[in-house]
Design a protein around this ligand. Structure first.
Ligand SMILES: [Zn+2]
Length: 726
């Protein structure tokens, strides 16, 4: 190693070495080095440093002179300065450093110069790899302190140490910065930017926006969220009513000036999640960039829970909402998410208790499963998600919805008058809020026009160029004001100025007929769900697999609980407690000679209900029940047949003809026939005489286009019809 201020004699020539080589341990510059390039690497960590640390940058450029002093011709000294403004924390994203590496590996570089080792790399790993490469290709490395050869063990030691120190230095610098920042944050004085609705005063303090309209718009966001309960709903409401958000840009030509911008979901989410609106100062709400992450990669976006924030000072800043309101605003969007453990938002499905039903057996929240458009089930996902034997049974949505709806309607009844007043008040308040917003918009437009006018008046008319521009601004202002006035008039026309007496009477009438309102086709399922959610927190259902008996516990908002037993629809009659009773009735009616239609009608009249919820007994269901009790096999039951009666199959065999043809004759009325009561089996009647006639009919040949003789196709008068039994 040798200082650069005294270049080796061999390189400069003419001077005599004053110490033995072994003592000086100079990295020898050989002609092989001089033949190749000398590369100066220039870097500053950040754009700010490039602007402010001009001295350091200049020193780095001047370092090129050292290469000339060491014997490189001026035209063979290359400066790589592409990495100005880039951190040396990693080699990634530094194209200049990559180019330097390429030059070394292509054996183009005899010497690499950097003002300090830290300019080349702050990462010990990158640095090791770099000087290892320089050693392989015989490239020397120089910094302000000396010249190093990567193949020399002592130089390697120094280079390694310098790399380590450079990395450590970065660590210390960052630590010092972080601690300084954290200390300032602990005092609640560190602000990078303030959210909309706030301004930073020149003193560094934070205050509410001085503009009244801006403050009103922010308050409106919180009020609407309180009312609508979801960020999406607030967003669509703002778009519908043309309400914009007050933004003061942090940079650019309009820095700090109030601008009105269209609301976006992300901005609204930021407003609702920012603790500053509740007057709290917070720092470290998101984890910082992890160490060793590549340059250009952004830190992870997820937000930490409140108890993990680094600093939280409540009641430190002027507030729009209370801390309690802030906490509830954090919880609501979480509950809106469609997850198994949350309530979700009201949707248009027919299940009214979606997200509210809890399984009484396992405590899991039941999910809605839609079979067809109007059939829903509350299913317990426990068995599926834990891969255990099926123990929690499904529950048809209709029966539970009806039960809870009836309870909710009963609960609402006494509040009817209050509701009607509330509804009127809500409508009036909403109108007032919008009216105020419009007035402020118009006031602002008027002010802009007046300002432009004053400016125009103040300018010297001789200064034509300026006067023309100001005049144009004045005209623009006037045009915008006119446009706004027209929009306001349109809005006034669309919105009723005040509720008329008739409207108020209508609202009162509607509110007093809550069941009518509830069942009205104009009330959507989402409305009904929203109403239930206002009153009911959750419904815990206990149901057993092998029984129809079920119990629902309604947990009302406010802590009251009510229990209700009900019969849930089951899939088999075996699960029904009244099955024996139903069966007894069916058999009794059957034996009394009733048909399936008659039995169904009787059961419905007596108040029995079949398996499917909301249906009544049909003849088909009765026939199925009859089959269960051994009233099956009617088709083969010889007891069905009276004297001279035949099943179609038997008579066809007797006549030696096809069954289809005989069936056809029966249909035409050429044979006496009847159907049985239950299964509608066709029974034919034919005595000896009739059989002989049918045999003759079978034998008779029919010419083309001629019909059978009438005497053969007409059956004889039947003596007596056997009454239908079974
Ligand atoms: Zn369950």
């Amino acid at each position: 190693m040798k200082t650069l201020e005294s270049p080796p004699a061999s390189a400069v020539g003419g001077e005599v070495e004053v110490a033995p080589r072994s003592l000086l341990r100079s990295a020898p510059i050989t002609p092989a080095h001089l033949e190749r390039l000398a590369i100066v690497y220039v870097r500053q960590s950040s754009p700010k440093q490039v602007l402010e640390n001009r001295e350091s940058t200049a020193r780095q450029y001047a370092f090129a002179e050292q290469a000339v002093a060491l014997g490189w011709p001026r035209q063979r000294v290359v400066i790589i300065d592409e990495d100005l403004g880039k951190s040396g924390r990693t080699a990634e994203g530094r194209s200049g450093f990559q180019r330097l590496v390429t030059e070394v590996t292509l054996n183009h570089a005899g010497l690499v110069l950097g003002l300090e080792m830290s300019r080349l790399a702050r990462s010990s790993k990158d640095w090791q790899a770099f000087f290892e490469m320089c050693a392989i290709f015989g490239t020397l490395i120089a910094d302000e302190d000396g010249l190093y050869d990567g193949n020399d063990p002592n130089d390697r030691l120094i280079l390694g140490l310098k790399g380590l120190m450079s990395e450590m230095e970065l660590h210390v610098m960052r630590n010092r910065l972080d601690h300084g920042r954290l200390n300032k944050a602990r005092r609640g004085e560190l602000f990078f930017s303030v959210p909309l609705g706030y301004v930073r005063l020149p003193s560094g303090k934070v205050d509410l926006d001085p503009d009244e309209q801006a403050r009103a718009a922010v308050r409106l966001v919180f009020e609407k969220f309180e009312e609508l309960g979801s960020i999406h709903a607030v967003f669509f409401w703002m778009i519908e009513h043309g309400i914009q958000l007050p933004v003061r840009p942090r940079q650019g030509a309009n820095k700090g000036r109030l601008e009105w911008r269209r609301a976006s979901l992300s901005t609204l989410a930021q407003v609702l999640h920012h603790p500053m609106y509740a007057g709290a100062y917070a720092y470290g709400r998101r984890p910082g960039a992890r160490k060793g992450r590549g340059a250009g990669e952004r830190p992870p976006r997820q937000w930490l829970p409140i108890d993990q924030w680094q600093v939280l000072i409540r009641d430190h800043l002027p507030a729009y909402i209370t801390w309690e309101q802030f906490l509830s605003n954090q919880e609501r969007p979480k509950q809106n998410q469609p997850r198994p453990d949350t309530r979700g938002t009201p949707r248009n499905g027919c299940a009214l208790l979606a997200g509210l039903v809890v399984c009484g057996r396992c405590g899991w929240r039941r999910q809605v499963a839609y079979g067809s458009k109007d059939k829903a089930q509350y299913r317990c996902p426990h068995d599926r998600d834990t891969a255990t034997a099926q123990t929690c049974c499904g529950l048809s949505a209709g029966v539970l919805d009806d039960l809870v709806s009836a309870q909710v309607l009963r609960a609402l009844e006494p509040a009817a008058l209050e509701l009607s007043l509330q509804a009127q008040g809500d409508l009036r308040r909403e109108r007032e809020r919008l009216e105020k917003h419009w007035k402020q918009k118009l006031q602002r437009a008027r002010y802009d026009v007046e300002l432009a006018e004053r400016r125009y008046q103040a300018v010297d008319p001789e200064n034509r160029l300026v006067a023309a521009t100001l005049e144009r601004q004045w005209e623009d202002g006037l045009r915008q004001e006119r446009q706004l006035k027209e929009e306001y008039e349109r809005w006034c026309r669309q919105t009723l100025p005040q509720l008329s007496a008739a409207d108020e009477a209508r609202i009162t009438a509607l509110a007093s007929d809550i069941p009518g309102l509830w069942h009205s086709p104009r009330t959507t399922n989402a409305d009904r769900q929203a109403i239930i959610r206002c009153l009911v927190e959750r419904v815990v259902v206990h149901a057993e697999r092998d029984s129809e008996r079920a119990e629902a516990t309604i947990h009302w908002a406010g802590g009251y609980e009510s229990r209700h037993a009900f019969a849930r629809p089951v899939t088999t009659y075996g699960q029904r407690s009244d099955f024996d009773q139903i069966m007894g009735r069916v058999v009794a009616l059957r034996e009394a000679g009733k048909t399936a239609e008659g039995i169904a009608a009787a059961l419905n009249a007596e108040g029995y209900r079949p398996l499917r919820y909301g249906r009544s007994f049909s003849p088909k269901v009765v026939r199925d029940l009859l089959l269960l009790r051994g009233f099956a096999g009617e088709r083969n039951d010889a007891a069905l047949l009276g004297p001279n009666e035949w099943h179609v199959k038997a008579l066809a065999r007797k006549l030696k003809m096809s069954r289809v043809r005989l069936w056809d004759w029966a249909r035409r009325g050429w044979v006496h026939s009847r159907r049985t009561a239950v299964q509608k089996v066709v029974i034919l009647w034919a005595d000896h005489e009739e059989i002989r006639r049918l045999q003759a009919l079978l034998r008779s040949k029919r010419r083309c286009m001629q019909s059978y003789p009438t005497e053969l196709t007409t059956p004889k008068e039947r003596a007596s019809k056997r009454p239908a039994r079974r």
